[in-house]
Design a protein around this ligand. Structure first.
Ligand SMILES: *Cc1c(COP(=O)(O)O)cnc(C)c1O
Length: 484
């Protein structure tokens, strides 16, 4: 069933609300507002009854594939189930009703949460100080590269190159470039890690930082990480960690222990905020001692009179976002961490790694696993290593929708042909993992025996295969011209 637009079910005069009679005198708008600001034509808002409105949006919401309805193994995105209690806490009226210009004395509780979450993130990462301001992972990267730039400018050293491995997320080169750095790629070796010879060759006194993802986007821990850090540090560079894959190492190893100088966290991935639909995120940045002066302002500090914002920091890169970041995402991360505690956090990563290895072992019998070694929290198969009846990775992803699964991340990382990047997370049961395995095995069978089933998928959804290029280039956002 196709769902009409809300404008298409609109009928003049229908209402989804009832208000008490007005108890003050009515005034004409013309008397209150200058003529030039008054609307000349009707606003054209939809007019619907309450049940029509409720059904419309409930039906729409049910067409969505979400973490609350389906297994969502979207690699690199850590689409774990987010406990509802964290939502409830973030929705307490003292948080939702707070105004950013309220005097500090009236928001001491919120400031305490900001302050303590920073301390938690320092404990988890081994970094010395954290800023909660950036609004997403990519924003954390950008903030970090601005900090790196400010650091070298302050030291009067000219370093304008950032090294990035070829397995990196696209936001890494984008953030470096936007911050004014020249990006130079570093090759991966045959085991999927950084090629040490290539790194040594590219590392010199012009390099400001190496941006590294650990575990990397193949889901592999960087075995040579200590050597890598040494190569970068010996030449006076900084080691930046893209912390998007932190879910694999919580409570097991601290990035500071393997030489990281500056990093970002994705609170919405690792610390339980629903994401993926463009909702708010949070990408805090953590740094070692020597980079603290450059962190964005303000910084939350604790003084004799309580918590306060410190703006008085002359070397800061300034503000990177309005106010203090996405505070409600921060509250959710805080409540999630308080609930789990130290041991719980370690279990998160252990189970995330266990689930990924279970899936990998079962699936590698059916799909090519280019880097065949124990993985961390995710792994990457190839859907196109040997083409079977011209079926593409995209087709496999679409067919999974018919079986009620959100597809994995596809065609990333770029170093695997037709990549299927699978991240189950710790929150899934063995039954769910087994059901996913069955679907993948079934798809493999169809690829051989009945490829059109796969190539024409999805068949069980209200909308089939879209022309994605056309959909992106010729947006059709208007409802019918003649609808009332
Ligand atoms: C998700 C991700 C990012 C970017 O984070 P956003 O919060 O989506 O901006 C960067 N690097 C890696 C490896 C990621 O998975």
């Amino acid at each position: 069933m196709t769902e009409p637009l809300i404008f298409e079910i609109s009928k003049r005069g229908r209402k989804g609300y009832s208000l008490p009679a007005c108890d003050v005198d009515e005034e004409n708008l013309e008397k209150l507002i200058p003529e030039e600001y008054l609307r000349k034509s009707s606003l054209g808002l939809p007019e619907v009854s309450e049940p029509d409105l409720v059904r419309h949006f409930i039906r729409l919401s049910q067409k969505n594939v979400s973490i609350d309805t389906n297994f969502y193994p979207l690699g690199s995105c850590t689409m774990k189930y987010n406990p509802k209690v964290n939502e409830d806490i973030a929705h307490l009226p003292n948080f939702t009703g707070a105004h950013p210009y309220q005097p500090e004395v009236s928001v001491q509780g919120t400031l305490q949460i900001l302050y303590e979450l920073e301390k938690f993130l320092c404990e988890i990462s081994g970094m010395t100080k954290v800023s909660l301001q950036p609004a997403a992972g990519a924003h954390g990267e950008l903030t970090s590269m601005m900090i790196v730039k400010a650091y070298y400018e302050d030291k009067k050293k000219e370093r304008n190159i950032v090294l990035i491995p070829d397995s990196a997320h696209g936001t890494n080169p984008a953030s470096s470039h936007l911050s004014g750095f020249q990006v130079v790629g570093v090759k991966s070796d045959k085991n999927g890690g950084v090629d040490l010879n290539n790194l040594t060759e590219k590392m010199n006194e012009k390099v400001a930082a190496l941006m590294l993802t650990v575990p990397n986007t193949l889901g592999l821990f960087e075995k040579n990480i200590l050597k890598i850090a040494q190569i970068v540090h010996t030449k006076g560079g900084l080691l930046y960690l893209d912390g998007a894959n932190l879910n694999a190492i919580l409570g097991i190893v601290k990035p500071s222990d393997f030489g990281v100088d500056i990093m970002h966290f994705n609170l919405h991935k690792t610390f339980s905020t629903p994401h993926g639909g463009g909702g708010p995120g949070s990408g805090p940045v953590g740094v070692r001692e020597k980079l603290i002066p450059y962190l964005p302002i303000p910084i939350v500090e604790k003084g004799k009179e309580g918590y306060y914002f410190n703006y008085n920091r002359s070397k800061s890169i300034g503000k990177v976002r309005s106010f203090y970041g996405n505070v409600e995402v921060i509250v959710k991360a805080y409540s999630y961490l308080r609930f789990l505690g130290k041991e719980g956090l370690k279990k998160v990563s252990q189970n995330a790694v266990l689930n990924a290895n279970y899936l990998m072992k079962k699936l590698k019998r059916y799909f090519y696993l280019p880097y065949d070694q124990p993985c961390m929290h995710e792994f990457v198969l190839s859907g196109e290593n040997e083409k079977i009846n011209d079926v593409r990775t995209l087709d496999i992803a679409k067919r999974l929708l018919d079986f009620g699964f959100h597809p994995p991340t596809i065609y990333f990382p770029l170093i695997v042909k037709g990549a299927l990047m699978i991240e189950p997370t710790e929150t899934e049961s063995k039954e769910t993992l087994d059901a996913f395995i069955s679907a993948m095995v079934q798809i493999k069978k169809e690829m051989k025996e009945n490829p059109s089933l796969v190539k024409e998928a999805p068949r069980n959804l209200s909308i089939g295969r879209l022309d994605e290029v056309k959909a992106a280039k010729q947006l059709k956002l208007k409802w019918k011209e003649n609808s009332s």
